[in-house]
Ligand binder design. Sequence first.
Ligand code: HEM
Length: 182
Amino acid sequence: MYGLIHRAIRDCVKASHGEAVWSEIAQRAAVDESVFVSMEGYPDEVTIGLLVVASEELEEDLSVLLHEFGRYWVLHTARLEYGPLFEFAGTDLLSFLSNLNAMHEQVAISFSNLQQPFFALEEKQDGCLLLHYESVRDGLAPFVIGLIDGLSEHFETPVEVTLVEEKSKGSDHDIFELRIVA
Ligand code: HEM
């Protein structure tokens, strides 16, 4: 993935656990400054390697770490470092979720090798929403739940998220059910 993702992982770990813990993780994952160039793309193994070592070092399940990182990405990285893009995507939770593809298409103008995720929002008869998530990658569902939690906090719209179809269990792609809590 692009270096900006690695930078955000680093910032997220440093913010919660401090500089010394991060140095230990970077050393064990055998990464140096060269993988933190925002506009540079790196093999996904580098990204996953960082996350796996961080989860071991912090004694936190990888899914918990991915969830934390999703929230951090929205509430810190996206909001503060990519403000104009973030604002472009919408001023409320539902319009924002409907615009995720368009937003990543804007990102792809600058990041030409972006392997962007694809989302589709479907409204059910009972008022719940289904968010379809398709990716060339596996294992990122907890990251997406963290991202949605971050967006829910940002837009002050409480929402319960349940993973109802799982790619890891043979479904074509992940589907999340979103219930807005009145
Ligand atoms: C302005 C804010 C954002 C920017 C600049 C941005 C940019 C990026 C970039 C550069 C990647 C890495 C893709 C690659 O290296 O091939 C990525 C991945 C991803 N983004 Fe965004 N993004 C933003 C906000 C969001 C939000 C709010 C969501 C909420 C659902 C989201 C969902 C994802 C997911 C799930 C991935 C993982 C890639 C995959 O599933 O294969 N992004 N994004």
